[in-house]
Design a protein around this ligand. Structure first.
Ligand SMILES: N[C@@H](CCC(=O)N[C@@H](CS)C(=O)NCC(=O)O)C(=O)O
Length: 227
Protein backbone atom coordinates (compact mmCIF):
# COMPACT_ATOMS: atom_id res chain seq x y z
CA UNK A 1 0.00 0.00 0.00
CA UNK A 2 1.24 3.49 -0.84
CA UNK A 3 2.30 5.69 2.06
CA UNK A 4 0.71 8.72 0.41
CA UNK A 5 -2.74 10.08 1.11
CA UNK A 6 -3.89 13.09 -0.85
CA UNK A 7 -6.72 15.15 0.53
CA UNK A 8 -8.44 16.67 -2.46
CA UNK A 9 -11.46 17.79 -0.48
CA UNK A 10 -10.26 20.99 1.21
CA UNK A 11 -8.09 23.91 0.23
CA UNK A 12 -5.32 25.49 2.31
CA UNK A 13 -7.90 27.26 4.48
CA UNK A 14 -9.94 24.12 5.00
CA UNK A 15 -12.59 25.35 2.58
CA UNK A 16 -14.25 22.70 0.36
CA UNK A 17 -12.10 22.61 -2.75
CA UNK A 18 -14.26 21.83 -5.72
CA UNK A 19 -15.74 23.52 -8.75
CA UNK A 20 -19.09 22.04 -7.90
CA UNK A 21 -21.29 23.89 -5.47
CA UNK A 22 -18.59 26.29 -4.27
CA UNK A 23 -20.24 28.65 -1.76
CA UNK A 24 -18.44 31.83 -2.82
CA UNK A 25 -17.45 33.05 -6.25
CA UNK A 26 -14.05 33.04 -7.80
CA UNK A 27 -12.53 36.42 -8.52
CA UNK A 28 -10.13 36.91 -11.41
CA UNK A 29 -7.87 39.96 -11.59
CA UNK A 30 -6.92 40.38 -15.21
CA UNK A 31 -7.03 42.19 -18.52
CA UNK A 32 -8.45 40.49 -21.61
CA UNK A 33 -5.73 42.08 -23.76
CA UNK A 34 -3.33 39.68 -22.08
CA UNK A 35 -3.23 36.13 -23.41
CA UNK A 36 -2.21 34.85 -19.98
CA UNK A 37 -5.40 36.32 -18.49
CA UNK A 38 -7.53 35.28 -21.42
CA UNK A 39 -6.56 31.63 -20.85
CA UNK A 40 -8.38 31.75 -17.51
CA UNK A 41 -11.47 33.36 -19.02
CA UNK A 42 -11.51 30.82 -21.84
CA UNK A 43 -11.44 27.83 -19.49
CA UNK A 44 -14.08 29.39 -17.24
CA UNK A 45 -16.27 29.80 -20.33
CA UNK A 46 -15.89 26.16 -21.35
CA UNK A 47 -16.58 24.96 -17.79
CA UNK A 48 -19.30 27.56 -17.04
CA UNK A 49 -17.52 28.59 -13.86
CA UNK A 50 -19.19 31.57 -12.25
CA UNK A 51 -16.77 34.34 -11.40
CA UNK A 52 -16.25 38.04 -10.98
CA UNK A 53 -13.72 39.59 -13.38
CA UNK A 54 -11.83 42.54 -11.91
CA UNK A 55 -10.19 44.56 -14.66
CA UNK A 56 -6.56 45.46 -14.00
CA UNK A 57 -5.22 47.61 -16.83
CA UNK A 58 -1.98 46.10 -18.05
CA UNK A 59 -1.20 49.02 -20.37
CA UNK A 60 -1.45 51.45 -17.43
CA UNK A 61 0.90 49.16 -15.46
CA UNK A 62 -1.71 48.66 -12.74
CA UNK A 63 -0.27 45.24 -11.77
CA UNK A 64 2.87 47.03 -10.54
CA UNK A 65 1.19 49.06 -7.78
CA UNK A 66 1.93 48.27 -4.13
CA UNK A 67 -1.74 47.42 -3.61
CA UNK A 68 -1.66 44.85 -6.37
CA UNK A 69 1.66 43.43 -5.17
CA UNK A 70 0.02 42.54 -1.88
CA UNK A 71 -1.87 39.90 -3.90
CA UNK A 72 0.99 38.96 -6.22
CA UNK A 73 4.45 40.04 -5.13
CA UNK A 74 5.56 39.46 -8.73
CA UNK A 75 3.30 42.31 -9.91
CA UNK A 76 1.66 40.37 -12.72
CA UNK A 77 -1.79 39.31 -13.86
CA UNK A 78 -3.70 37.01 -13.88
CA UNK A 79 -4.44 36.40 -10.21
CA UNK A 80 -7.22 34.07 -9.07
CA UNK A 81 -8.83 34.57 -5.67
CA UNK A 82 -10.39 31.32 -4.55
CA UNK A 83 -13.59 30.97 -2.53
CA UNK A 84 -11.28 30.23 0.44
CA UNK A 85 -9.55 33.63 -0.03
CA UNK A 86 -6.34 32.14 -1.36
CA UNK A 87 -4.51 33.97 -4.12
CA UNK A 88 -3.18 31.87 -6.98
CA UNK A 89 -0.89 33.28 -9.63
CA UNK A 90 0.68 31.99 -12.87
CA UNK A 91 -1.86 31.39 -15.62
CA UNK A 92 -1.02 27.74 -16.17
CA UNK A 93 -1.16 26.95 -12.44
CA UNK A 94 -4.61 28.57 -12.37
CA UNK A 95 -5.73 26.41 -15.31
CA UNK A 96 -4.53 23.26 -13.54
CA UNK A 97 -6.37 24.26 -10.38
CA UNK A 98 -9.65 25.01 -12.15
CA UNK A 99 -9.51 22.00 -14.48
CA UNK A 100 -8.93 19.43 -11.73
CA UNK A 101 -11.63 16.75 -11.95
CA UNK A 102 -12.84 17.86 -15.41
CA UNK A 103 -12.14 16.44 -18.89
CA UNK A 104 -9.81 19.42 -19.52
CA UNK A 105 -7.17 17.77 -17.29
CA UNK A 106 -6.65 14.05 -17.87
CA UNK A 107 -6.21 11.85 -14.81
CA UNK A 108 -3.91 9.37 -16.48
CA UNK A 109 -0.30 10.06 -15.42
CA UNK A 110 1.39 10.28 -18.82
CA UNK A 111 -1.40 12.32 -20.40
CA UNK A 112 -1.31 14.72 -17.45
CA UNK A 113 2.44 15.07 -17.71
CA UNK A 114 2.06 15.80 -21.44
CA UNK A 115 -0.34 18.61 -20.59
CA UNK A 116 2.37 20.05 -18.37
CA UNK A 117 4.97 19.43 -21.07
CA UNK A 118 3.06 21.68 -23.45
CA UNK A 119 2.39 24.28 -20.76
CA UNK A 120 6.09 24.53 -19.89
CA UNK A 121 6.85 24.72 -23.61
CA UNK A 122 4.38 27.58 -23.85
CA UNK A 123 6.00 29.55 -21.05
CA UNK A 124 9.62 29.03 -22.12
CA UNK A 125 9.65 28.54 -25.89
CA UNK A 126 6.49 30.22 -27.18
CA UNK A 127 5.17 33.08 -25.03
CA UNK A 128 8.54 34.87 -24.61
CA UNK A 129 8.74 35.23 -28.40
CA UNK A 130 5.18 35.53 -29.66
CA UNK A 131 3.61 37.46 -26.78
CA UNK A 132 6.53 39.86 -26.49
CA UNK A 133 6.63 40.53 -30.25
CA UNK A 134 2.87 41.18 -30.10
CA UNK A 135 3.27 43.55 -27.17
CA UNK A 136 6.03 45.53 -28.90
CA UNK A 137 4.14 45.73 -32.19
CA UNK A 138 0.49 45.94 -31.20
CA UNK A 139 0.60 47.87 -27.96
CA UNK A 140 3.81 49.90 -28.16
CA UNK A 141 3.47 50.60 -31.90
CA UNK A 142 6.88 49.13 -32.79
CA UNK A 143 9.07 51.98 -31.50
CA UNK A 144 12.48 52.29 -33.17
CA UNK A 145 14.22 51.56 -29.87
CA UNK A 146 12.67 48.08 -29.71
CA UNK A 147 12.74 47.12 -33.37
CA UNK A 148 15.86 44.94 -33.06
CA UNK A 149 14.30 43.07 -30.15
CA UNK A 150 11.08 42.63 -32.14
CA UNK A 151 12.99 41.23 -35.15
CA UNK A 152 14.96 38.88 -32.90
CA UNK A 153 11.71 37.40 -31.56
CA UNK A 154 10.62 36.21 -35.00
CA UNK A 155 12.98 33.21 -35.25
CA UNK A 156 12.03 31.76 -31.86
CA UNK A 157 8.35 32.37 -32.52
CA UNK A 158 8.40 30.58 -35.85
CA UNK A 159 10.33 27.69 -34.30
CA UNK A 160 7.56 27.26 -31.71
CA UNK A 161 4.83 27.50 -34.35
CA UNK A 162 6.59 24.90 -36.53
CA UNK A 163 6.74 22.47 -33.58
CA UNK A 164 3.03 22.90 -33.00
CA UNK A 165 2.27 22.56 -36.71
CA UNK A 166 4.18 19.30 -36.96
CA UNK A 167 2.40 17.86 -33.91
CA UNK A 168 -1.07 19.04 -34.92
CA UNK A 169 -0.60 17.46 -38.34
CA UNK A 170 -0.85 14.13 -36.53
CA UNK A 171 -3.61 14.71 -34.03
CA UNK A 172 -6.65 16.89 -33.38
CA UNK A 173 -5.52 18.43 -30.09
CA UNK A 174 -2.18 18.76 -28.36
CA UNK A 175 -2.73 15.87 -25.94
CA UNK A 176 -4.79 13.08 -27.46
CA UNK A 177 -7.97 13.69 -29.35
CA UNK A 178 -9.90 15.79 -26.88
CA UNK A 179 -9.36 19.36 -25.79
CA UNK A 180 -7.30 19.95 -22.65
CA UNK A 181 -5.86 22.96 -20.85
CA UNK A 182 -2.69 22.43 -22.93
CA UNK A 183 -4.70 23.63 -25.96
CA UNK A 184 -5.99 26.63 -24.03
CA UNK A 185 -2.47 27.61 -22.90
CA UNK A 186 -1.15 27.50 -26.46
CA UNK A 187 -4.21 28.92 -28.18
CA UNK A 188 -4.14 32.17 -26.20
CA UNK A 189 -1.16 33.79 -27.91
CA UNK A 190 -1.08 31.62 -31.05
CA UNK A 191 -4.41 32.82 -32.41
CA UNK A 192 -3.27 36.46 -32.20
CA UNK A 193 0.29 35.77 -33.36
CA UNK A 194 -0.34 37.88 -36.49
CA UNK A 195 -0.38 40.91 -34.15
CA UNK A 196 3.25 40.06 -33.42
CA UNK A 197 4.08 39.87 -37.12
CA UNK A 198 3.70 36.09 -37.51
CA UNK A 199 1.84 35.05 -40.63
CA UNK A 200 -0.09 31.89 -39.71
CA UNK A 201 -1.26 31.06 -43.24
CA UNK A 202 1.51 28.53 -44.00
CA UNK A 203 0.68 26.65 -40.78
CA UNK A 204 -2.40 24.85 -42.07
CA UNK A 205 -2.74 22.23 -39.31
CA UNK A 206 -2.32 24.96 -36.72
CA UNK A 207 -5.01 27.15 -38.27
CA UNK A 208 -7.41 24.17 -38.46
CA UNK A 209 -6.78 23.54 -34.75
CA UNK A 210 -7.53 27.21 -34.02
CA UNK A 211 -10.88 26.95 -35.84
CA UNK A 212 -11.63 23.65 -34.04
CA UNK A 213 -11.20 25.32 -30.63
CA UNK A 214 -13.30 28.29 -31.66
CA UNK A 215 -16.22 25.98 -32.47
CA UNK A 216 -16.36 24.35 -29.04
CA UNK A 217 -19.42 25.16 -26.90
CA UNK A 218 -18.73 27.91 -24.37
CA UNK A 219 -15.93 29.50 -26.42
CA UNK A 220 -15.30 33.15 -25.47
CA UNK A 221 -13.29 35.37 -27.78
CA UNK A 222 -10.41 37.54 -26.61
CA UNK A 223 -12.03 40.91 -26.19
CA UNK A 224 -12.15 43.30 -23.25
CA UNK A 225 -15.91 43.54 -23.85
CA UNK A 226 -16.24 39.81 -23.03
CA UNK A 227 -14.62 40.08 -19.58
N1 LIG B 1 4.11 33.57 -16.24
C1 LIG B 1 3.05 34.48 -15.93
C2 LIG B 1 3.23 35.73 -16.77
C3 LIG B 1 2.27 36.81 -16.35
C4 LIG B 1 2.56 38.10 -17.08
O1 LIG B 1 3.63 38.31 -17.68
N2 LIG B 1 1.57 38.98 -17.05
C5 LIG B 1 1.69 40.25 -17.72
C6 LIG B 1 0.51 40.43 -18.65
S1 LIG B 1 0.54 39.19 -19.91
C7 LIG B 1 1.68 41.37 -16.71
O2 LIG B 1 0.99 41.31 -15.73
N3 LIG B 1 2.47 42.41 -16.94
C8 LIG B 1 2.39 43.58 -16.13
C9 LIG B 1 3.67 44.26 -15.96
O3 LIG B 1 4.71 43.61 -16.11
O4 LIG B 1 3.61 45.44 -15.66
C10 LIG B 1 1.69 33.82 -16.20
O5 LIG B 1 1.63 32.90 -17.03
O6 LIG B 1 0.69 34.19 -15.57
Amino acid sequence: MSGFTINQQRDLNGVPDSNQGAPAMYQVYGDMLSGNCYKVKMLMGFLSIEHEWIHVDVLKREPRTDEFRSMNANGKIPVLKTPGDQYLTESNAILNYLAQGTPFLPEQRLARAKVLQWQFFEQYSHEPFIAVARYINQFLGLPAGREAEYRAKQTGGHKALAIMEQHLGQQQFLVGNTVTIADISLYAYTHVADEGGFNLEPYTSLTSWIRRLEQLPGYISMDRANA
